[in-house]
Design a protein around this ligand. Sequence first.
Ligand SMILES: [Cu+2]
Length: 166
Amino acid sequence: MGHAMIEWIYVGVVVMLLVYLGAAAWDVERFLDHPPKDSKVIKVTGQQWLWTFEHEDGTREIGELHLQEGVPYKFEVTSRDVNHAFNIPDLTVLIDAVPGRINTVWVMPDATGEYLIQCREYCGFSHYQMRAKLFVEEGVSNVSAPIETQDIPVVLPATKAAVVSN
Ligand SMILES: [Cu+2]
């Protein structure tokens, strides 16, 4: 095999690798940018110095947000006065809250608990107090869903029984 041939193989491998990486990155980007169709919309409004949340049914919360585990939510984020940034550090949610604009970001909380919501853009005197609490509660679907049993026989090898978990 001549030098030229080896070089072409090398170029081919590199090109395939780049195409693969590009496609994977594009896929992730698409996933992040497009909330699932069954997402519930939460309107988030920042103002000096508090957060207001409006659920799809019109229910409003100030300084607190109650969501359900395992449900996708699309946040439509805006501001009433100056620039803020809506941030839930534990759920890696961060997006600007800008007056006259609606920025969207989505998340599906996968663990119940209490999480911090904060403003991540300096917005005046009480910026440091611009916090809210996120409560992720057990999903209704999880509570009412019938428990499905699987009829898979468990066969443990006699000698390795102690190693098998699940
Ligand atoms: Cu702020």
